[in-house]
Ligand binder design. Structure first.
Ligand code: ADP
Ligand code: MG
Length: 189
């Protein structure tokens, strides 16, 4: 299918007991996809390894099961793809790939800073989807750090304004699932 999920992990594969900062009932309510029917966004925030991508994939699988179109992309891939299209004078056509799906998953916002063209292309995608389709976004950065991330505090405010107006934010504050054995066996302690 067109979703291009990096791997398959469902909501039932997610161990909520490991992540007590997450409200399982609220996550399961989101998984009914009524927020997508309302064109609202879902933002998953937290440090590496807490399950942001896992939950984004799980939501994508729920959306597909409901017959909704989904496209999954990392922010780095999205902006590099659009940069290429921009340089080849076919940006408008390529933008449609990211505007058409009912759900666009933008993974890994924050790991790499954006130059001004990249930040602008990200803004175009968020702006074009505003009140028209859902964005499901994961980030290791708090919103206050987006000015630095986008290299432009005014543009960051404009992006966040559209992204957060109709949105749900899940802040995951727990420990990395990847490091759980190492943490409990004391390697990191
Ligand atoms: P993040 O995107 O927040 O950096 P991931 O979603 O990629 O983290 O999670 C890292 C790995 O740990 C993945 O294999 C994911 O399936 C697994 N994982 C994370 N949290 C949980 C959890 N609470 N229950 C089960 N597996 C989890
Ligand atoms: Mg991730």
């Amino acid at each position: 299918k067109l979703a291009r999920l990096p791997y398959r992990k469902s909501l039932d594969d997610f161990d909520f007991s490991f992540q007590p900062s997450l409200d399982e009932r609220f996550v399961r309510e989101l998984a009914t996809m009524t927020f997508v029917q309302r064109n609202e966004n879902l933002i998953l925030l937290g440090p590496p390894g807490v399950g942001k991508t896992h939950l984004a994939i799980a939501m994508a699988i729920e959306a597909i099961a409901k017959g909704l179109s989904v496209y999954f992309v990392s922010l780095t891939h999205l902006v590099e793809d659009l940069r290429k299209s921009y340089e080849e004078n076919r940006l408008d056509k390529r933008l449609r790939v990211y505007i058409r799906p009912k759900v666009l998953v933008i993974d890994e916002v924050g790991y790499l800073p954006l130059d001004s063209l990249a930040a602008n292309l990200f803004f175009q995608v968020v702006g074009a989807r505003y009140e028209r389709g859902s964005i499901l976004l994961t980030s290791n950065k708090s919103f206050g750090e987006w000015g630095e991330l986008l290299g432009d505090p005014i543009l960051a405010t404009a992006v966040l304004d559209r992204l957060l107006h109709h949105s749900h934010v899940l802040n995951i504050r727990g420990q990395s699932y990847r490091l759980r054995e190492k943490l409990t066996s004391g390697v990191y302690g």
